[in-house]
Write a protein that binds this ligand. Structure first.
Ligand code: IMP
Length: 436
């Protein structure tokens, strides 16, 4: 049986959680393969909005096994809060949730280092969510990280203290280099680490009561039994550590291939790749964004789309859809079908613009994404299409979609050479139009 992968094609916040929720009934397993509490997957149904950060988005379906894979970085404190919220809402999650023993633990000192790293970058801040993602993946790759499985060892606390001592040395380095005032470094350290330690250890105690599993065996056993797996990506392809707009990226492999290493599934199991994109484009944090609109139109998209971060509350940068960037993401992921989100946000626009090419600084046109440094200097070449001026939120059937929206979809399909299978016209599960 196959593993299908669902990934974001832009800079995250495409609406992946909603689509996982919509597709979930046809799967037996939903598995997160990378990222951590930097993600915010929003699901809306039965009049309630749920925001998940680390828990896979299949958790609301009692028949689904949810897996937090080895590629994830897990903050026990945030995880416990999320699960407590689910309990408060009557969701039975305990039997259906497995956490990989190989997932990495985010410690309070990782969060503190994240903040210090950002402060030290001065004018070139990444715009990190400050959840400790970068420092935790750094420790993983440096082979000094703490894994979930380490919680089960008798010397966990000693390992913890050694790790924190190492992090403190790194913090002291910033102070010694006068990158930061010593008091600022020390204050941030105290706030993030010492004051949060008791909470961390009580969350660790809670984590020990969950199903901590060799999830690569679990997933491969389930596949052998003929179960269907949906791998749920977080962030977006343009935030990928290798192919994103480096260094303004996150620290994990956000593309479909990341599902193999982040879950322990062989590439031959992969089948469909669902590519999720908004009908326009957003990004949070720093870094190049060729189609960004710094004018009233951008503000209009932000307000209509409620484009404020679900993890940090930050206003998102908004712009027109970017086809060179989408083509790149489609190529990297091997996307087999597209899902177009938030089409209703453009309902009131008389005209909609689409970036078809970039003009480079030497005047040449390109369909390709240049190096991140050059991407900051390209000029988007825009094509204008007529708006549809229809309240899409009231529509549920493909054959009721307005002609100008169908023309927009047809244009995107021709340019991107991938079929659009779903158009989302509102946050609720029911506001989802499936194109045959
Ligand atoms: P980090 O992953 O917290 O280190 O943040 C690195 C960059 O990725 C920043 O620009 C963040 O705003 C962005 N980012 C991280 N997670 C998400 C997400 O889930 N949605 C959108 N942007 C994200």
């Amino acid at each position: 049986m196959p593993v299908d992968v669902l990934i974001g094609l832009q800079w995250g916040d495409e609406g992946k959680g909603k689509i996982v929720d919509v597709l979930a009934p046809t799967y037996d397993v939903v598995a997160r393969f990378q990222g951590g509490p930097n993600a915010g997957h929003t699901l809306t149904f039965d009049g309630l909005k749920h925001v998940l950060h680390q828990v896979p988005s299949g958790i609301f379906h009692p028949h689904i096994i949810n897996v937090v894979g080895n590629g994830v970085v897990l903050d026990p404190v945030v995880f416990r809060q999320e699960l407590q919220k689910l309990t408060d809402r009557g969701v039975e999650w305990r039997k259906n949730l497995h956490v990989s023993k190989k997932a990495q633990l985010i410690l309070p000192s990782h969060r503190a280092l994240d903040r210090l790293n950002e402060e030290a970058r001065g004018n070139t801040k990444i715009g990190s969510t400050l959840k400790g993602i970068g420092p935790t993946y750094t420790d993983k790759v440096s082979r000094v990280g703490l894994r979930v499985g380490h919680l089960l060892l008798p010397d966990f606390e000693t390992r913890y203290q050694e790790t924190v001592a190492r992090h403190h040395q790194q913090a002291a380095f910033y102070a010694s280099q006068q990158v930061l005032a010593p008091e600022a470094a020390e204050a941030a350290w105290h706030e993030e680490v010492t004051a949060k330690e008791a909470d961390f250890f009580s969350a660790v105690e809670f984590l020990r009561t969950l199903q901590l599993t060799d999830t690569e065996y679990l997933l491969n056993d389930l596949l052998a039994q003929g179960k269907r797996v949906l791998a749920e990506g977080a962030q977006g392809s343009l935030l990928d550590i290798d192919f994103g707009t480096y260094p303004y990226v996150t620290s994990s492999s956000t593309i479909a291939a990341g599902a193999c290493t982040g879950l322990g599934i062989a590439p031959r199991h992969l089948a469909k790749v669902y590519g999720i994109t908004k009908a326009y484009c957003t990004r949070v944090g720093g870094g190049p964004f060729p189609t960004e609109l710094l004018d009233e139109t951008g503000e209009q998209i932000r307000q209509a789309g409620r484009e404020f971060g679900s993890t940090t509350g930050r206003p998102r940068r908004c712009g027109w859809i970017d086809l060179p960037a989408l083509r790149y993401a489609i190529m990297l992921n091997g996307v087999t079908e597209l899902h177009l989100m938030k089409a209703d946000v453009l309902d009131s626009f008389a005209e909609i613009q689409v970036c078809t090419h970039y003009r480079l600084s030497d005047g040449t046109l390109t369909l390709q994404l240049p190096d991140p440094g050059d991407l900051a200097h390209v000029v988007p070449v825009l094509q204008t299409l007529p708006g549809w001026h229809t309240d899409l939120t009231q529509l549920t059937e493909y054959n009721t979609l307005p002609a100008n929206l169908l023309a927009y979809l047809g244009f995107l399909e021709r340019e991107l050479q991938v079929p659009i299978r779903i158009v989302s016209v509102g946050p609720d599960r029911v506001s989802t139009i499936v194109l045959s």
